[in-house]
Ligand binder design. Sequence first.
Ligand SMILES: [Fe+2]
Ligand SMILES: [Fe+2]
Length: 470
Amino acid sequence: MGKVDLNAKIPNNVGLADDRRLCRALEHWLPLYMEWWNDMGPAGFQTKDIYLRTAISVEAGGWANFDYVKMPDYRWGIFLSPLDQDRKIGFGDHFGKPAWQDIPGEYRGNLRRIIVTQADTEPASVEQQRFLGSIAPSLYDMRNLFQVNVEEGRHLWAMVYLLFRYFGRDGRDEAEELLSRRSGDEDKPRILNAFNQACDHWLSFFCFTHFTDRDGKYQLASLSESGFDPMARTCDFMLTEEAHHLFVGETGLDRIIRRSAELTKETDGDPRSAGGIDLELIQRAINYWFTYSLDLFGSEISSNASNFFSEGLKGRFKEEQRYEDHIMKDGVKPLSLVKNGAVVQEEIPYRNAMNEVLREEYINDCERALRKWNRTLEKVGVDFRVKLPSRRFHRHQGLYADYIFDPEGNLITEEEFKANERNWLLGPDDNDYLSSIMHQVIEPGKMANWIAPPSRGINGQDLEFEYVRL
Ligand SMILES: [Fe+2]
Ligand SMILES: [Fe+2]
């Protein structure tokens, strides 16, 4: 265990060669996966050489190996962070006992649910981003899109490994289902709402990689605390890849914001006249993707979340480093509820608020990025500032989904919402406009007019580097 076998049909560091049955099962799944990738992966670029990063070991330095690769030849592998024989369960009712190397029978159902839900998001995002290559603003961005796509594909492998290895027949069935659901499909949609939303232009792509992939970071981080050790180690390694996706989103939005601010100044407040994106539209996209991403954390009061914590399956963000009390049996957490037509504060048992605890970490991280973007706006010299809407605004899951709020978090009527929806949320006209200005730019080093260039290239390469050979 531990050594990376790169020459295997399925590159891995989980000793697949020594487990013939598992190996055969995964080799049987491989062509099904490839069929899915060819049907639903990036449209039109499968035969092109892309300057991609591939993991060749899980050690520092080893997982970032850059070379030209055709996407179907990417090493979809199974990589877990190194095993720590002495690892203990870090929270909940089993705190301090040795971490499980196999699935505790009584938690099989909950673990299966956690793994399948996470797994489903990985192919979903590839499907959502399928056509973006053909309207990429530069070769640099196109390459980043494909890097994100192949890594989401690999994340599916990471999760499917757990299903095959620990869930027998049920796991095999789930793995097949993962390839048969489709993002946005009426009959067989992906499990979570955000992963069924259209992402058909690059403003949505950057919002998605910033806000929705960031939910992924927090989910993976809390699963990397899990007492079920193989899942913890799988998620831990996925996080190293996820960081790049967040970088793509955060810097992508920063570049659009900068360019929009520049064009706003140059055109006296009408960036659209220069083929740019107005800052109000960017704010609507932030409102849209931030709120769909908030839903992914689940209900504010949740007995499932409480069970996942007490059972040692899902911890808090940086559970080990950041918290003293890892049991949290008696604590409470204040929460805003709606009672008799008003928003009031109430205390609820802390373990039942675990989803909200994680959501708060996420919101703070989003606020940090907003401050950065606002510094960009300040530097360019425009007065506009972007902000996050209230966590109660535009929710489809949890406590607030039954009511209607404005972006400040005040209860409003449906009529008030309808009258303002166009100003608050990314809508069909916005999507039409964005699609109308986004055209593929393929000359090395060139950028579409609606986005500023990045501050540097990938892996020390120049911006003029040919990141995709077309
Ligand atoms: Fe992922
Ligand atoms: Fe991701």
